[in-house]
Every structure is written in structure tokens, then in C-alpha cells.
Design a protein around this ligand. Structure first.
Ligand SMILES: *Cc1c(COP(=O)(O)O)cnc(C)c1O
Length: 409
């Protein structure tokens, strides 16, 4: 079915001449894959710096903590952390001890907060890597004390209070008791006292105010005991932007740092700073053919051509994070600055794109799955809303097989 009128002279070019991710924080296989397959995620570090500086402005006079867990929401934790610090962040936060170590191995010295209490067995590593543990159980407190004494150091810790999300943290009374206990121990120093909001992205929900009331009462309780921890914090991106009362001494921003709103179209409210999305997902057409009217495409033969059309093959699939449900949900990509439908089932390594009758698309042409081409943009939220998820999951889902190419390092 190849179209003889379409010379496939242009060889498929590899990813653009941008520095590819290849630091200590990811396997070299990532880079190798990028050299041989024309598909990559482009991360604009100037956008990360810009977003960090906007968010640092929102946080002021408090500090910005850049949340770079889950490999920087799929953007690459070390490059993103560096860009965020350049843009004005003073703190970093991660979910796992392993993620904190990656930052240290990448040469990053800034303070790193662990967002949940590390396992007791990990506490020695936490101290050795100069990570700041969050504590909310007796076992955690005992373990960090033991690790601090073993290292002969005074270790900063932060206590997390559960004000109503019920994921992690200690109930207010217990959190206050834990904070006082930290202060009593000479090997520990109470550096922070904090909480996390469950519905800050649903701007009108009064539950955020109720959580902040519980937090404020716990802070008052500490004050009655003569304690005012240096860092009180409560806000994620949505809290920072939409609930000024939640800002305290520091805001912990993840999604907004990457230029994405914490909420989809409907829920989004002003004032959202002028965020710039940092990630684009791009590939080059690997194969083109004209397919006759009445033919059906891809696994399950679910996409039928009413008229003969030019169909392009693009080398990204669900193993790269292109959600399989996107094809039946009306998912589109940009080809030549125009939206074109994903034609038929997303396969593990490739998708098909219906470029329309008479299209002059050629092997090597750039195809944008997330990002801007010509005047058109497809954002992570568009993809998320089609497939019933959130932009967070879309960007975190771009798999390790896709090389990251860094623009404006
Ligand atoms: C992930 C996370 C954040 C960042 O949330 P965003 O909505 O991405 O800004 C902040 N705080 C905690 C405790 C988190 O787990």
C-alpha cells in the first residue's frame, strides 16, 4: 500500500541536537534509545526557571519548595531541581529516600524534604545523605534519634500533622506531642511543622478552610508550649495559588513548577500565574502509506477509513506512556501544525495517525503529542480530560524509555 508518488527520501532523523538526559540519575539506556528511535520528550528548563520565579513571588516573603518527586513529574529530577533553584526555589521535596539520594548524587546541595516518614531501616541513609525527614510516628522518631546519635550529628526534622486528608501524618494532639518530644532531644532539631490539603484544587470547597483551622489550632497549641518552628507550611500548588491563607513560611509546588494547572479547565480559577508548560512529547513519522477507502486500521480493526487516506506511523506507544484509551477517546496529535486523529488502537510501540486524503506528510516529519506546533497546542490536560485522569498522571506516565532532551539548560 505504499504510495509511489511519495518519495521517502528524507531519512528519519534522530532527536534534535539538544543535550539529552544522561546524568547520574538515569540509565544510559535512555540515551541510547533516543539515538536510534526518533521520539523524545523535550523539557524546556527556561520554562521551569520562569515558573519557579513566578511561584517564588507568590510564596514571598515565604520560601518556595520545588517538589521534584517521581523523577521531577517525569521531567528529570536533577535538571529540573537545578532550574528551580536558579529560578528562586530554596527547598526541594521528594517522596522517596532514593529520590533524595539521586539529587545528592547529581551534585545538588539544597535542603531536601522527604514528604512522608522514611522507614526506620532507611533512617541512617537519610542522615548520611543530609535529607530532612518528616516524622509522625514513635517508631520514626526513635529511628531518626538513633541514626542521629550514631552519626554524632544534630539532625533537623519536620513533623507532619494530619488535618483531614488521612493519608500520612499524626493527629493534631499527637503531632504537637511529637514536636515537643523532638525539641527535648539534643540530637534533633524541630525545623518544620506542616500539613497537606486534600481539596485545594476544588477552590470553593470549604474543607480547605476547615483543614487550615485545624492546622492553625495545632500551631497555637505549640505556641502555648513556647514553640514556634522555623517553617510552617501547608500549601501545594493549588493552595499556594488559590488559598493565600495556606502560604505560611513555605509553599510546596509540584505541578505548577512544570507549568501545568493543578485543576482542569472547568475548575481552574484566577489568579493562575502565567505558567509555561515545560514538557513536550514529540516523535518523527517513521512510515507513511496511502490506505484505501473501507480499510480498517490497527489491532481490533476499530478505525475505518471512509475515504482513501494517508496514514502515518509514529514510533510512540503505550509502553512510552501514550495511554491506550486515548485512541477511543478522540485523541489527536499535531502534524504540520494541524490536529489529526490517532487512528485505531494505540499499540505498545507505535500509533497510527490519519493524516487525511492527499496529505503530503513524509517520513521524518515532526509529530507533536503534547506541546505546540504551528499555532496549535495540545496540552497534558486535554489528554488527561479525554482519558479520565489528571495532567499529573500524563506527565509522570511518560516512561523511562523516552529520552528527555533539555532545551535552555
Ligand atoms: C506531591 C505533593 C505536593 C505537590 O503537589 P502539587 O499539587 O503538584 O503542587 C506537595 N505536598 C505534598 C505532601 C505532596 O505529596
Amino acid at each position: 500500500m505504499s504510495n509511489p508518488a511519495r518519495p521517502q527520501a528524507r531519512a528519519a532523523a534522530a532527536a534534535p541536537e539538544l543535550p539529552l538526559a544522561g546524568g547520574d540519575d538515569q540509565p544510559g539506556a535512555r540515551v541510547e534509545a533516543g539515538r536510534l528511535r526518533p521520539a523524545w520528550a523535550e523539557v524546556d528548563l527556561a520554562a521551569v526557571r520562569h515558573n519557579a520565579s513566578l511561584l517564588a513571588g507568590v510564596a514571598a516573603p515565604g520560601a518556595l519548595c520545588a517538589v521534584v518527586k517521581a523523577w521531577g513529574y517525569g521531567h528529570g529530577s536533577v535538571p529540573v531541581a537545578r532550574a528551580a533553584l536558579e529560578g528562586g526555589a530554596q527547598w526541594l521535596a521528594v517522596a522517596l529516600v532514593e529520590e533524595g539520594r539521586q539529587l545528592r548524587d547529581g551534585g545538588i546541595d539544597a535542603p531536601v524534604l522527604l514528604l512522608s516518614e522514611p522507614a526506620p531501616a532507611a533512617m541512617q541513609e537519610v542522615v548520611a545523605s543530609r535529607l530532612t525527614p518528616t516524622i509522625y510516628t514513635d517508631a520514626g522518631l526513635a529511628a531518626v534519634s538513633a541514626a542521629a546519635r550514631a552519626a554524632g550529628e544534630v539532625v533537623d526534622v519536620q513533623v507532619k500533622v494530619d488535618t483531614g486528608m488521612h493519608r500520612v501524618g499524626a493527629a493534631p494532639e499527637r503531632a504537637v506531642a511529637a514536636a515537643l518530644e523532638v525539641e527535648r532531644r539534643p540530637e534533633l532539631r524541630l525545623q518544620g511543622f506542616w500539613t497537606h490539603l486534600a481539596v485545594a484544587d476544588e477552590v470553593d470547597d470549604p474543607y480547605t478552610g476547615a483543614q487550615l483551622d485545624v492546622f492553625a489550632a495545632a500551631v497555637d497549641d505549640l505556641a502555648r508550649h513556647g514553640l514556634r518552628p522555623p517553617l510552617l507550611h501547608a500549601a501545594n500548588s493549588a493552595g499556594a495559588m488559590w488559598h493565600p491563607r495556606a502560604r505560611y513560611d513555605m509553599v510546596r509546588c509540584g505541578i505548577a513548577l512544570y507549568g501545568l494547572s493543578p485543576a482542569g479547565q472547568e475548575a481552574a480559577r484566577e489568579p493562575v500565574p502565567q505558567l509555561r508548560p515545560a514538557l513536550a512529547l514529540v516523535a518523527r513519522v517513521s512510515h507513511v502509506k496511502e490506505v484505501a477507502a473501507g480499510e480498517r486500521l490497527s489491532y481490533g480493526l476499530r478505525y475505518r477509513l471512509d475515504a482513501s487516506s494517508v496514514v502515518a506511523t509514529v514510533p510512540l506507544g503505550y509502553a512510552d506512556g501514550v495511554t491506550r484509551s486515548l485512541s477511543s477517546a478522540g485523541g489527536q496529535v499535531l502534524v504540520g501544525g494541524t490536529r489529526r486523529p490517532i487512528a485505531g488502537t494505540v499499540t505498545m510501540d507505535q500509533i497510527l495517525v490519519d493524516c487525511g486524503p492527499g496529505s503530503d506528510v513524509s517520513v521524518g516529519d515532526e509529530v507533536v503529542l503534547i506541546g505546540t506546533q504551528g499555532g496549535e497546542t495540545i496540552g497534558a490536560w486535554e489528554w488527561a480530560e479525554r482519558t479520565g485522569t489528571i495532567a499529573y498522571e500524563v506527565v509522570c506516565g511518560v516512561s523511562g524509555r523516552v529520552p528527555r532532551a533539555y532545551r535552555n539548560p
